[in-house]
Design a protein around this ligand. Structure first.
Ligand code: ZN
Length: 279
């Protein structure tokens, strides 16, 4: 029993350890969720969202770590030109520094999510520290825009299963991870970033990129036009979640899990521990 507990603890500790190797700082990269995550069905209670099961070619494009003074307005122009709505997971400290950009994001129909105040690894923080990170950002976004985010994304995708449940229950925030990650923070070149996104995206995908990198914004026209050409339709994360439905099963499964049992994280952030920071 002790052995299996340790094995579990070791498993759940993996995502928490990743950012340590990558220096937990706000502009540092996010450990990646596996590309194939979008095909993995969710079972049991939903503690976080990697990809959704939707009818139709709907996807959610998400931008983390902004708003960025030098990059986000240009991105907003590219989105407006194509009438595409996305989701911004903002840092509280950047929202505070760029209130006009935050207001513009909302005014142009995009969704705002909470990405913590200044990008710590929440999975190794106390509950008080996590509360402070989340509430400070909720309050700042509310003061600037009059709305409070309903979704959050933990920096590095790092949040323990217990914290996911606690965050959902305490703050009413849905925990959003991702299913497509082109590793844009490694700056592999705009064409590579665009190619990865366009190739990996499936109906129900949640795509992670960052609006604080000029090289990512450079890739955006190709990403948007490539996905549009494939027939994808862009919605916000909350809209995508609203479309979610359980995977249809051909026959009742005798192995249906009791709803209250904690289930292992679907795949989020555990499978590729080797990613290092790029810059
Ligand atoms: Zn981030």
């Amino acid at each position: 029993m002790i052995r299996s507990f340790l094995a579990l603890a070791a498993l759940s500790a993996i995502p928490a350890l990743l950012p340590l190797a990558a220096e937990a700082q706000y502009a540092t990269p996010t450990p990646t969720a596996p590309m194939e995550a979008s095909s993995v069905p969710h079972t049991g209670p939903r503690l976080s969202y990697n990809a959704l099961h939707v009818d139709g070619p709907y996807i959610a494009l998400t931008f983390d770590d902004g708003p960025g003074k030098a990059t986000t307005p240009r991105l907003l122009d590219l989105l407006a030109k194509r009438n595409i709505k996305v989701t911004f997971f903002v840092l509280g400290e950047n929202a505070k520094d760029n209130p006009e950009i935050l207001k513009r994001e909302l005014a142009e129909g995009h969704e705002i999510g909470n990405h913590s105040w200044n990008h710590p690894n929440l999975s190794i923080k106390t509950d008080d520290a996590v509360r402070s990170q989340l509430l400070q950002t909720q309050d700042t976004v509310f003061q600037i825009t009059g709305i409070k985010p309903k979704i959050m994304r933990p920096p590095y995708g790092a949040l323990t299963e217990r914290q996911k449940k606690w965050v959902t229950e305490q703050f009413g925030l849905k925990v959003i991870i991702w299913s497509v990650d082109p590793l844009d923070w490694k700056k592999p070149g705009s064409a590579v970033v665009a190619h990865r996104v366009v190739e990996e995206t499936r109906p129900g995908s949640i795509i992670l990129i960052h609006d604080i990198h000029a090289s990512t914004v450079d890739a955006v026209p190709e990403i948007l036009d490539g996905l549009l050409a494939k027939g994808f339709k862009f919605v916000t994360v909350s809209e995508l979640i609203a479309m979610d439905h359980p995977v249809a099963k051909p026959s009742p499964s005798p192995a249906a899990a009791p709803a209250a049992t904690a289930t292992p994280a679907p795949v989020a952030s555990v499978a590729h521990p080797a990613k290092k920071k790029a810059n």
